[in-house]
Each structure stands twice: as structure tokens, then as C-alpha cells.
Design a protein around this ligand. Structure first.
Ligand code: UTP
Length: 296
């Protein structure tokens, strides 16, 4: 029986410069898709996968995140007084069991690998998940749950993987595939942000991982990688000779909510998926598309 994955790290210490000026005072992870912040989607996905301990790696200016998972007696009392039971129910999504959530500071934005390493003492010697909240994945079965199920068979280290076009590959970590078994691929190499035309495949790593604690020890010995940062990809790549690194082609649609275009696409898509918004939004989209076509 494998050790269950019950801990997840949420690295949220990045500066979010692509969303300036908004991110000057609002953490990127608090920005909302329809009416829920990005972090809520990440937490829901983790819960569905059986995660019980939620470790946030934060930085200066992220206190709104801590407040989000705290009780707000003013709002709660007001809703109770007005008997707004539905809204009280909605607020429950933000409830966290006492002691289930921990915040660790990353004092300098030294990269994703470093952010994950900052949580090492809370992980100790267990397998753990990493979720990047700006990768939002719409799926019938949540992505991390799919991965946890596959991990029960494989163990080792697993990264979520997605096909990307050759021109986009240089923005991602890319897998060099050894055996392609369908949903699962075994990996013989990984390259972070390959130079255009040099990517070993079109399978890109996106922000969901299940990792062994050895990865934390590997990060300890890393030199700075691409972009002068400590790259998580480099620490995972060190495990490849042990034949225990897998890519998992998840079923679902991923939105890059760390970019403006991805965030807008996700907003439209999640809006269209909502019964209370679909009709109005669809009508509006038709209207602007037909005006656009008429103008051409
Ligand atoms: P990004 O590469 O999207 O960087 O980080 P960023 O700072 O969030 O955004 P931009 O590029 O300036 O707009 C990917 C994930 O890794 C976390 C981020 O919070 C995000 O969840 N991260 C990145 C850290 O926690 N610490 C770091 O030093 C770097």
C-alpha cells in the first residue's frame, strides 16, 4: 500500500508582474473567475484529491489570502441576521479545519523550486502534491484526483502534462518521452524553457505535481537554472535515472490564468458554464461577434 498523498503545497509567493498594476495590492490568487478567487478553485481541486493539509508559500503583500480562509464575523452575522442561508452556505467553501492550513514565507522570489523547498519542514518525509493556482483546470474529474489515482499504480514523481504547439514549447518545461502508455508517459529527460526548435516533444509540464520528498533534498543542492531561478524541473530531472518520473496527460481544459489572455478565456468559459449567467453572456458574445463580422 502506498503512502497516501495528504499534503499539498501552494506556491503563491510570485510577484504576478504580468497583472500590474492590479497585483501591486491584490495577490494574483485572489483575482476572481466569475465570483470565486483563483485560490478557491485550487483548494477545491486539492480537497477532491484527498488533500488534508494545505501549505501556502507566501510573500509580502499576500495577507488577503490569509484573510480569505479566515472567518469574517461581520459578514457572517449580517447574513445570519437577514436569514441569507444560501450565501452562508457559499461562505462555507472557505472554511478550513483548525490547523489544516499553514503559511510559510518565501523571503525572496528565487523561483518555484525555492518556493517549494521553503515548505520542506512541513512535508518531512512524505510524498506531496504541488498546485500552482494560476493554472486553472476545468475537468469532470479534477486533475489532481486523476493524478492521485494514477499515482496509486506508479508511485514516484508525476507531473501533469499537456500537448502544446511547437512555437509555445519554449514557454514551458518540456518532457523527453521514453515510453508513451496513453494517459501515462515515462520520462527520460526534461528541459525547462527550451530554445525554439529544440524541444524534445510537444508535451509540456503544467502546474500540478506529485513528488517524493527526495525532490526537496535535490533542490537543496541545485544551482540556479533558467532565468537565474531555482527550477523545480531541474530537481525532478535528477530523479530520471531512477526511472521514477512520469508525465500524466490529464483529461480537462487548462487555462493559464497567470496571463491576461488565459485569464479572460477562463472568465468567459467559466461564465458560460454557469446556469445563472450563460444566457446573458452567450447573447452578449453573439452580439459583439456579429457586430465585428458586419464591420469586416
Ligand atoms: P510565475 O512564473 O507565474 O511568476 O510563477 P509570477 O511571479 O507568479 O508571475 P509573473 O510572471 O511575474 O506575472 C508560477 C507560480 O510559482 C509561484 C507563483 O506564485 C506562481 O504560483 N512562485 C514563483 C513562487 O511562489 N515563488 C517564486 O519565487 C516564483
Amino acid at each position: 500500500m502506498r503512502t497516501k498523498v495528504t499534503k499539498a503545497i501552494f506556491p503563491v509567493a510570485g510577484l504576478g508582474t504580468r497583472f500590474l498594476p492590479a497585483t501591486k495590492s491584490v495577490p494574483k490568487e485572489i483575482m476572481t473567475l466569475v465570483d470565486r478567487p483563483l485560490i478557491q478553485y485550487a483548494i477545491d481541486e486539492a480537497r477532491a484529491a484527498g488533500i488534508k493539509e494545505f501549505i501556502f508559500v507566501t510573500s509580502r503583500g499576500k495577507s488577503a489570502l490569509e484573510d480569505y480562509f479566515d472567518h469574517n464575523p461581520v459578514i457572517e452575522n449580517e447574513l445570519k441576521r437577514k436569514n441569507k442561508t444560501k450565501l452562508l452556505e457559499v461562505l462555507k467553501e472557505t472554511d478550513m479545519d483548525s490547523g489544516a492550513i499553514a503559511y510559510i514565507r518565501q523571503h525572496k522570489a528565487l523561483g518555484l523550486g525555492h518556493a517549494v523547498w521553503c515548505a520542506r519542514r512541513l512535508i518531512a518525509n512524505e510524498p506531496f502534491a504541488v498546485i500552482l493556482p494560476d493554472d486553472v483546470i476545468a475537468a469532470d474529474k479534477p486533475c489532481l484526483q486523476q493524478m492521485v489515482e494514477a499515482y496509486q499504480e506508479t508511485g514516484g514523481n508525476m507531473v501533469a502534462a499537456m500537448e502544446v504547439s511547437p512555437e509555445k514549447a519554449s514557454s514551458y518545461g518540456v518532457l523527453d518521452v521514453k515510453d508513451d502508455m496513453g494517459s501515462l508517459v515515462s520520462v527520460q529527460g526534461m528541459v525547462e524553457k527550451p530554445e525554439p526548435g529544440t524541444a524534445p516533444s510537444n508535451l509540456a509540464v503544467i502546474g500540478r505535481y506529485i513528488l517524493t520528498p527526495q525532490i526537496l533534498r535535490n533542490i537543496n543542492g541545485l544551482d540556479k537554472g533558467a532565468g537565474g531561478e531555482l527550477q523545480l524541473t531541474d530537481a525532478i530531472a535528477q530523479e530520471i535515472p531512477k526511472n521514477n518520473v512520469y508525465g500524466y496527460r490529464f483529461r480537462g481544459q487548462r487555462f493559464d490564468c497567470g496571463s491576461k489572455a488565459g485569464f479572460l478565456q477562463a472568465t468567459v468559459s467559466f461564465g458560460l458554464a454557469r446556469d445563472d449567467l450563460k444566457d446573458d453572456l452567450q447573447a452578449y458574445l453573439h452580439e459583439i461577434m456579429s457586430v465585428e463580422k458586419a464591420a469586416q
